[in-house]
Each structure stands twice: as C-alpha cells, then as structure tokens.
Design a protein around this ligand. Structure first.
Ligand code: PMP
Length: 421
C-alpha cells in the first residue's frame, strides 16, 4: 500500500525535531498533520496521496513563474550533466551578477550566498564593518531570517509560535538590536537620537510580508532614507520576498527609494537555495578578499542554483508584462476577499493577506489583533476544498503567472462559503 502523509509524519517526528526542517511546515499552529508533497506544476501542488491543491504558497515566494517552469527545468537538467558543484569560479555567477547589476540601478556589486538568512547576516556585518558602528535598528514583526541578532520580535514562524525571541540567543548577541515600530518614523528618529554615534544601519522589509502583508505607508521609506542620511547609518532593504516580485527592481523600484544595501533570496534562485546581498560599490568593496569584512561559502554561487536563477530572471526581464498581470491578479483577489468577508485584506502587487479583523493593519500590534483561531478554522476548510495557503496568519498569499481569473473566482467563492457556513 502506498504511504500516507500521516505515516510519513510519524516517521519524521522520530528523526527530525517536530518532523520538519523548518517550523511552520509542521502545521502545528493549525492543528493538522502536514501534507507531504510529491510534485508541483504551475500553480498546483500534489500531495503523496495524489490530492491536488491550488497553491498560494509557491514555496514561500520563489515560484513567481509557477512550479516546474519548462525553461527553468530544462536549463537545470542540461547543467546537471556538467557536475553539481566545483567550489570554483564559473561564468554562471558572472552572468547572474551582471543580469542584476545592469538592470537594478542601486546595485553595483553583489555577493551570492545560500539563503536569505545568510544574506541578511552578511549585510549586517558589512554595514557594521563599513560604518564602524555597532547598533542595528529593526522593526517589530519584520522577519530577516534566523541569525541571532535578528531573532528579536521577529515575524513569520517566530510570531506564529508566539516566541518572537528565541532561546539560545545570548543577551550580548541581541543587545545591539534596537526595535522600532513599522510605519512609525518617530520611533526610528527617537532611537537615532538616543544612539547618535552608534547606529550602523536600519534594516527593513520595504513591504512587510512576515506579519501578514503590511505595505510601507506613504513617505515611510523616504523618511527612513532621510533619517539614515542625517545620522550616517546605512539603509538596508531586505528584499528576500519583495525582490524581483513587486517589480524587477523590487520594493526599491516600486517605491522609488534607494537603499544602500539590499538582501535577496527566494526568486533569485528560481527555487534553488540562493541568497545574495548587494549595493553601492564603495560599500561592497569592503567584502573579503577585497576588504576586511569576512564572508565565505563552500556552495555559494553553485552552478545549478545560478542556472535556475538566471533562467527565472531572464524571463522576468524579457516579459515585463508579467508584473502587470500578477499585480492585477493580486488586486482582484484582494478586492474579492474584502467584498465577501468585510475583513481587512492587505495587498501590494502579487502579495495578498486577509486578516481576521475589521481594523486596519499597519504594524505589529495591529497585525496581532487578527483572530488566529478564526484563521486556523478557515485554513483547515480551505485545505479540504483543495486550496493550499500558508499554515499561518502571518504569511502572504503569493500569486504567480500560472493563476487564472477563474481560479481566483473559485478561491473567493470558497472563502465566502466557508465564512458563511
Ligand atoms: N528575510 C525575509 C524578508 C524573509 O521573508 C525570509 C524568509 N521568509 C528571510 C529573510 C530568510 O530567508 P531564508 O528562509 O532563505 O533563510
């Protein structure tokens, strides 16, 4: 008899903490056994029992072209034949770096790493090394990966499980992390004033997507730019989710505000494990072996990962209308969900999030007002109806090029049915 997700989860729990390699995957907060996935194509994902789901997770963001895009898959298949990893230079790394630096105005140089966490950790070290200052300002509810200094009032899984501060993070590791309120420039200015000589950088999700979706309010990012300039701090946009999604140039291009450094993940690897950080030449030149800020990686710039990234970014560049299409779908889905529920539905570009509250959500405190029990109920019902959303209130619905209006209508109608049952 073929295996079931239940059977695999029982096996997994004996050999992996919580049965998973990343916490939110465990479906713990929604009280279900996770689905074990066999395959995915376009905007459909299939569990090992053969059930098909309309997939609004898209691997948490990378699959902007849909799963198993034919051109990406073919390029990877061809490349695999030549070897999986060399730990040496390849033309592919240069090609991906050039694709980015020649199309994104604020990036002169870029360094590839293996995850968003690594990108952020490295960018923070660089900001400290470059400015010779110690403190970092981050925002409540923003998630920047799981490096020690960033696990303070973090979003995503840390928020879902109600422990925004992790055990194992020493007081020392986090004491230089200062917390500000998202969309509140006064809170940033107060911290800048108090720590005048010592703020190395402000790191921000230029649209927060790990406390649910919380777009930057008008003037917020421009205000951060001015404050950073005034106090000699670097501005870092964490574009792990928004990069190549809100626009090819990410939130920076979308909002027209230029950061000093940017971090990427997800789409840049087309589904393979890639992260990157980049920015102004004079700052990036401080990275080893050119400069004194050390950062390295055995698998960084891996040829298979670079190939998937190049193919994905090339398609996004050659078909810019992709952004109009997925952004239009985002607005359509958000309007529909708002109409049938009366709840707050935040949307920017192809990111959508329904909060189970009627009050506006603009920061961490207002995001926490969402009824997460209501969310869990709807999540379970959606799954039973064949709609796969992230198993947490504090994540986004990700659209991709494979979605059709009919599928969005089906989704809106299914939400309506569930909410009026
Ligand atoms: N920054 C942001 C904005 C993210 O959304 C994430 C992951 N969701 C990360 C950093 C960490 O990336 P990774 O999971 O690849 O380490």
């Amino acid at each position: 008899m073929s295996k079931t997700s239940q059977q695999l989860f029982e096996r997994a729990q004996k050999v992996m903490p919580g049965g998973v390699n990343s916490p939110v995957r465990a479906f713990k907060s929604v009280g279900l056994t996770p689905k074990f996935i066999d395959k995915a194509k376009g905007n459909k994902i299939y569990d090992i029992e053969g059930n098909e789901y309309l997939d609004y997770v898209g691997s948490w963001g990378p699959m902007i072209l849909g799963h198993a895009d034919p051109k990406v898959v073919q390029a990877v298949q061809c490349r695999v034949e030549k070897g999986l990893s060399f730990g040496a230079c390849t033309e592919l790394e240069v090609e991906l770096a050039e694709l980015i630096t020649s199309n994104i105005q604020h990036i002169d140089m870029i360094r590839m790493v293996n995850s968003g966490t690594e990108a952020v950790m490295s960018a923070l070290r660089l900001a400290r090394g470059y400015t010779k200052k110690n403190k970092i300002i981050k925002f409540e509810g923003c998630y920047h990966g799981h490096s020690d200094a960033m696990l303070v009032k973090a979003g995503s899984g840390a928020m879902t499980f109600g422990d925004p501060d992790s055990a194992g993070v020493t007081k020392g590791a986090a004491e230089d992390t200062l917390l500000a309120r998202y969309n509140d420039l006064n809170s940033v200015e107060a911290l800048m004033k108090e720590n005048k000589e010592d703020v190395a950088c402000v790191i921000v999700e230029a649209t927060a997507a790990n406390m649910g979706v919380v777009p930057a309010a008008a003037g917020f990012l421009a205000g951060l730019r001015s404050l950073c300039d005034q106090y000699g701090a670097l501005l870092i946009f964490d574009e792990v989710i928004t990069g190549f999604r809100l626009a090819f140039g990410g939130a920076a291009a979308y909002f027209g505000v230029m950061p000093d450094l940017v971090t990427y993940g997800k789409i840049i690897g087309g589904g393979m494990p890639v992260g990157a950080y980049g920015g102004r030449r004079e700052i990036m030149e401080n990275v080893s072996p050119m400069g004194s800020v050390y950062q390295a990686g055995t698998l960084s710039g891996n040829p298979i990962a670079m190939t998937a990234g190049i193919e994905t970014l090339k398609q996004l560049l050659s078909e810019p209308e992709i952004y109009d299409r997925i952004n239009e779908m985002g607005a359509y889905l958000a309007d529909g969900l708002r109409r049938i529920s009366g709840f707050t539905v935040n949307n920017i570009g192809s990111l959508v999030c329904m909060f189970y509250t009627k009050e506006p959500v603009a920061d961490y405190d207002s995001a926490c007002k969402s009824d997460t029990v209501g969310f869990s109920h709807v999540f379970r019902e959606l799954l039973a109806e064949g709609i796969y959303v992230a198993p947490s209130q504090y994540e986004a619905m990700f659209l991709n090029t494979a979605f059709t209006k009919e599928e969005l209508n089906f989704t809106i109608e299914t939400y309506r049915k569930i909410l009026t049952r």
